[in-house]
Design a protein around this ligand. Structure first.
Ligand SMILES: Cc1cc2nc3c(=O)[nH]c(=O)nc-3n(C[C@H](O)[C@H](O)[C@H](O)COP(=O)(O)OP(=O)(O)OC[C@H]3O[C@@H](n4cnc5c(N)ncnc54)[C@H](O)[C@@H]3O)c2cc1C
Length: 726
């Protein structure tokens, strides 16, 4: 009978952000000013573990009166955090956990995902040894990601540390033939898989059947935490209890350089009161769409709200050694501006001309901007010209049935720019079976070298086998940068590979730039910018203690370069020894969208779960698409949210979003769609977004240009009538 180790995390409540939660000086969100709650997906993971326990036929293992545990079917909740994180364990105990463990120690603070996954994996080893008595029949169940980190890297890295299979983005589990089959989200559809052997790590993407605390369990949970009671179900461990190898700041492989507010939203977010006005706006805005491109774009001011930075040039290619325009932070850049200005004024062109008297003059000019130590560091930094990292810029290709995922081409576009700046080559690594025909297209999209890892065992994506192949190629050729698409597959593969080759990884980047930090001895670093805390802040991150810098990048953000079929590239075949044991998942069923859809249409009208039924979807879509087609004399196509597809309103091929298709029409009309990030990623390049939703607080209203609060049943027929009468 399986046991379940559930990872639960206390996170800031980003759904309840008040104005005073923002720092008035920096404009960034102050985490400590937010209330703390259990990470919603971890609460779902706890409920999911409970469902698995029930479905597999084991009864609740804890005897509430005595706290005694039966042999199997235990749910053990594990949390790492400050002492106050105890609250999420109380929550767990009062729902379904039998034992709760808090891993708490100051030394564990300030950790990135590696230094979080590592101690958690060591704690799991200790649980298995001491509580499960080395019984390997267990699952580690976690939420797909936490709202504060948003990386989805920790579970995969725990799996890597423990050498376990990982099944990510799970939405359901069925107990059949004495084992569990899991349904999970994949690009373009869904898949049913089973772990060939246990233990296994499962990450839950959605399980909306919450557990409620009963009165008796709550009493029992509170009693367990009472210091006067000898509650054996509450265990506290410190760092020295688990002997992890990577903890806290020193064990981390990435560090945050800068946190800043997200770019100003350039969507209009204008509420429209009635269908008549909306019809007018639809027609007008469609006519002026071309003109709106510059102002609307992807809804962000410039890239991430920043002005486009000039392209990086290596120090030895700059007009002067004193040109340090490419320093990492704004403050550093400002310091160098003062310094180089003064050096110019003093007529100094070589480092050895900087003597004590010139240093004094420089410090006088610098005032409070920098002092002696910083000046000495900057002068030392001038001697640096050699990049800190060496090797090519790589993209890990994602493909299915011989078709390259569009996000791979986008990454190649950015990799080309980065590689040109760093004066190196672009490599694309492809793992699979019969993959060589893809090389031509990958070269045309910007690659110099294609690394082919061909093996029958790599025919379909199995995280364990693929991460072994990719990691082997990386640790043979050591590229300086490795980019993966932030798709479900990339977000699964990248953390496993990076952990395996001991390199830092930043998730879901929306900006990748090259900068120096020469005062700290770094030249040509990859700065990785990403949204954090549910998109409420942006963070720029750098890699440390690693031979290669790695990032997953959000699809639809980087730009593909126009394919050039005349480009020449080299194919390098890389052999990796794989056996059946490297394939950990049994793939039972894959459901992918098929059929034709014209997402190049000027207008896409999409329906979400709020369309209520297939009939409603058919009727209202038919009416609105036809009215727009006639009125504007353009092509109109139907789209849908993932939830609408899962409800059976329309075929999978119509799904828009992260795991559907990314689109960029002139006009996007969203009917009964809430505006989840995974959906909105897919419409980021749309010129005008219009939303109709009955919930006045629907998140989509903050991400669209025009919206009406109302039901689709009420608004759509009125809108159609107005369009027809104009
Ligand atoms: C790894 C991963 C990948 C994913 N990929 C995608 C993806 O590619 N695409 C995608 O769309 N999602 C994706 N999702 C799912 C995504 O997180 C959301 O669950 C999904 O987008 C929600 O769809 P929805 O807005 O239709 O449904 P809901 O979030 O349930 O929203 C329905 C909306 O309809 C409104 N409504 C209800 N009744 C009415 C009415 N009568 N009239 C008007 N409005 C009404 C409600 O107010 C609500 O806002 C992914 C999730 C994960 C974890």
């Amino acid at each position: 009978m399986s046991n379940y180790i559930v990872l639960v995390k206390q996170v800031p409540d980003v759904s309840q952000i008040t104005d005073n939660a923002f720092d008035p000086e920096t404009g960034t969100l102050v985490r400590s000013r937010l209330a703390s709650v259990i990470n919603e997906l971890d609460a779902q993971a706890l409920a999911f573990a409970n469902k698995m326990r029930q479905d597999s036929g084991s009864t609740l293992s804890t005897t509430l009166k005595t706290g005694a545990l039966t042999a199997g079917g235990k749910i053990i909740a594990l949390s790492m955090g400050p002492p106050m994180a105890e609250e999420v364990l109380r929550y767990s105990l009062s729902r379904s956990a039998d034992i709760v463990i808090l891993l708490t120690d100051r030394a564990l603070g300030g950790a990135d995902t590696v230094a979080t996954a590592n101690p958690l994996a060591f704690a799991i080893r200790k649980i298995v040894k001491e509580i499960l008595k080395d019984d390997s029949d267990y699952y580690v169940i976690t939420g797909m990601q936490s709202v504060d980190g948003d990386t989805a890297q920790v579970p995969a890295q725990i799996a890597e540390e423990l050498g376990l299979p990982c099944i990510a983005y799970v939405t359901d589990a069925q107990f059949r033939n004495n084992h569990f089959e899991f349904t999970r989200i994949i690009s373009g559809g869904s898949q049913t898989v089973a772990a060939k052997k246990l233990p296994a790590v499962i990450t839950v993407a959605k399980y909306e059947y919450p557990l409620f605390a009963t009165f008796s369990r709550t009493r029992w949970a509170n009693k367990s935490f009472d210091p006067a009671q000898d509650g054996t179900q509450v265990i506290r461990w410190s760092a020295s209890d688990i002997n992890a190898t990577h903890i806290g700041v020193t064990g981390s492989k990435t560090s945050v350089i800068r946190v800043f507010p997200p770019g100003k939203n350039t969507r209009k977010c204008q509420q429209i009161s009635d269908a008549e006005s909306l019809a007018k706006i639809l027609v007008e805005s469609f006519k002026t769409c071309g003109e709106l491109v510059e102002s609307s774009g992807n809804g962000q001011a410039g890239k991430n709200g920043q002005a486009q930075a000039p392209r990086y040039v290596l120090p030895n290619k700059r007009a002067s050694l004193f040109n340090r325009n490419f320093e990492g932070t704004k403050k550093e850049q400002a310091d160098y501006e003062i310094l180089s200005g003064k050096l110019e004024e003093l007529g100094i062109t070589k480092i050895n001309q900087i003597d004590d008297s010139s240093k004094e003059k420089i410090l006088e000019a610098a005032g409070e901007h920098f002092h002696k130590k910083a000046l000495e560091d900057m002068i030392e930094g001038f001697k640096l010209a050699k990049p800190s990292f060496e090797g090519e810029v790589w993209v890990v290709a994602e493909h299915s049935d011989g078709v390259v995922h569009p996000a791979t081409f986008e990454l190649e576009g950015r990799a080309r720019e980065l590689a040109d700046s760093l004066e190196t080559k672009v490599g694309v690594v492809v793992a699979g079976n019969n993959i060589e025909p893809m090389a031509k297209e990958l070269i045309a999209a910007g690659a110099d070298n294609i690394y082919i890892i061909e093996d029958k065992l790599l025919e379909v994506f199995d995280p364990t086998a693929h991460r072994k192949a990719i990691a082997d190629a990386i640790s043979t050729y050591w590229p300086q940068i490795v980019l993966y698409a932030a798709t479900p597959q990339g977000r699964m593969l990248a953390p496993m590979v990076s952990y395996r080759v001991s390199c830092g990884l930043t998730a879901d980047c929306t900006g990748l730039d090259i900068r120096d930090s020469s005062r700290k001895g770094d030249i040509g670093l990859l700065l990785q910018t990403r949204p954090a805390l549910g998109g409420n802040v942006m963070a720029t991150i750098r890699t440390k203690n690693s031979r290669s810098q790695m990032a997953t990048a959000r699809p639809g953000v980087m730009k593909r370069i126009p394919p050039d079929p005349s480009r020449k590239g080299k194919i390098i075949r890389h052999k990796v020894k794989l056996t059946e044991d490297d394939v950990n998942l049994e793939i039972i069923k894959t459901e992918l969208g098929s059929g034709e859809v014209n997402f190049n249409a000027d207008v896409i009208v999409s329906g979400g779960k709020g369309m209520q039924s297939r009939d409603n979807y058919e009727r209202l879509m038919g009416l609105l698409c036809e009215a727009l087609r006639k009125k504007l004399d353009i092509q109109v196509e139907r789209g849908a949210s993932r939830a609408a597809v899962e409800q059976g309103f329309i075929e999978r091929v119509h799904q828009v979003g992260q795991t559907g298709t990314s689109i960029g029409p002139k006009l996007y009309v969203a009917l009964g769609i809430s505006g989840a990030i995974q959906h909105m990623i897919g419409v980021a390049n749309t010129e005008t977004i219009v939303a109709i939703n009955s919930d006045p607080n629907a998140p989509i209203f903050k991400q669209c240009d025009y919206y009406i609060v109302g039901t689709v049943e009420d608004i759509v027929p009125k809108l159609v009538k107005e369009l027809e009468s104009r």
